[in-house]
Structure formats: C-alpha cells, structure tokens
Design a binder for this molecule. Structure first.
Ligand SMILES: O=C(O)CCC(=O)C(=O)O
Length: 253
C-alpha cells in the first residue's frame, strides 16, 4: 500500500500525520479494557511503571502480555508509514502503552530515545518514528499530546525542563483526534503528554520504531516468549529485529 501524497508531504514538512480508522470499535474497547486491567495489576504487584507524579502509567512489553498485541506489530495500515519514514528494513524499538489519569499536569517537551543524547544539529532525516494508537478520543482537555509541528526541522533538542518554553511553546498544539486513529510522528518532533483536566483516563497503545542500524530500546530477539516467536510471520520477525543483529563469533566446521 502506498501512503497518500498529502500524508507524505505532511510528514516531511510538519513531521506528523493522523492515520484514520486503524482500529475498529471492538478492538478499541478490548485493548482499552485489557490495558487498564494490566495497569491496575502492575500497580498492585509493585511492577507498575508509573510517571507524571503518579498520574501516568506505561504498560510495557505488550507482545509478551497477550496475543491481541501481536496484531499491532505489522499492521497493514501503519507499516507503509514506518517504511516511508525509516526504510523497508526498520525495526520495532518498543511496544507499550500510556495512560494519563485525571489530574495529570503537562510534561516538558522531549525528543525520543537517543536523540536526546545526540549532539546538535540532530540528523535531518528520521531516525525514530513514534505512533500513538488512540483508545479514546484525544482532546486538548484530556491529556492530548502537546507537540510543536515542524520542530523536527529545527534539528535541535527542546529547551531544558527549567526553561518555561519547555512547557509552553508559542507554536505548540494539543492533539485532537478520534479514537481508533493513529498519531504517527517523527521522534525528533518536540512533544509531551498534556494535562488531563477531565474525569476519565486517556489511553493509547504506543508502537515506537527505529532504523535498522540503531539499537532498539527493547531486546525482542532475546526476550520474546517462545510462543510469540513461533507465531511471528517472516515480516514480524524482521520487525522484531531478528535480521539486524550484531554478528556472532565465526564458527569453524
Ligand atoms: O502519550 C503521549 O501522549 C505521549 C507519549 C510520548 O511522549 C512518547 O511516547 O514519547
């Protein structure tokens, strides 16, 4: 599938796109219920990855936590966008989720993963692409992601946390997009979770990918459950990173 030329242009110029109607109503309801249950279990057993002063929570390593998440890895409506941005050999870096609970405040802007450690100017081509799969409508009031369109072209990291511009940029927008859509963006866009001023939790799945020559954040190759590997198609195995590993020692026959 080719992606529409207007989406290609928007990705190049603005650094993001909203891919509509990726998940069905029943998938949305199912993932949302599963994730909120997992989040609660992990908080109770002490393994919860809580952030934003206790008002945000990641549930990570989703493919090892339930078969339904495997459908996200090579989703035909989203793969062409990653391929366009990162090349046809791109790999998965993480598969997680993010819940923003009522009362959460704005977080400071960041760029993704290794970009935050790299010297400026940052690379002018995409290295990382993030995608949020919305499990409820995102609005400026309920924690919709804050971001600065076109900021990937600054080739700079965002201002540090103590700079007021990290919490309020004149050109920032807050994501407003319907559930079931995917907000896909260049990881070099300045972005952050927004404040949730409503009384309902805001939830998304997160599929984060990188170029094949970069080190992914999660080591899927060595830590996927055997049954998850057994079920993977050749394309999924490539996305999990099985084809882009450092070389093992030479073996003599
Ligand atoms: O959940 C969100 O709105 C943003 C997530 C985010 O900042 C990230 O994955 O880097």
């Amino acid at each position: 599938m080719k992606i529409p030329s207007k989406h290609r242009r928007q990705l190049d110029e603005q650094g993001y796109v909203i891919v509509p109607n990726v998940l069905s109503e029943s998938e949305i309801a199912n993932y949302r219920a599963l994730l909120l249950r997992l989040a609660e279990q992990e908080r109770k057993d002490g393994s919860g990855r809580v952030h934003t002063q206790g008002k945000g929570q990641h549930v990570r390593w989703l493919v090892n936590k339930g078969k339904p998440y495997e459908k996200l890895v090579a989703h035909p409506k989203v793969v062409p966008y990653f391929e366009y941005m990162l090349g046809e050999d791109y790999t998965l870096s993480t598969l997680t989720s993010n819940a923003i609970y009522p009362g959460a405040e704005d977080n400071a802007f960041h760029v993704d993963n290794a970009l935050s450690q790299m010297p400026e100017p940052l690379p002018a081509f995409p290295m990382f692409v993030n995608s949020l799969w919305l499990l409820n409508d995102f609005t400026p009031e309920n924690g919709g992601t804050r971001f600065v369109p076109g900021s990937h072209r600054f080739l700079k990291k965002p201002p540090s946390k103590d700079d007021p511009l990290s919490l309020c940029h004149p050109d920032e927008v807050r994501l407003a997009a319907p559930k079931g859509s995917v907000f896909l963006f260049n990881g070099a866009i300045w972005h952050a979770t927004g404040a949730n001023r409503t009384d309902d939790v805001r939830v998304c799945l997160i599929c984060f990918c990188c170029r094949s020559f970069l080190k992914p954040m999660f080591d899927f190759v060595h830590h996927l459950k055997p049954e998850v590997v057994a079920r993977a198609t050749p394309q999924m195995k490539r996305i999990y990173g099985f084809h882009s590993q450092p070389q093992p020692p030479d073996v003599r026959d």
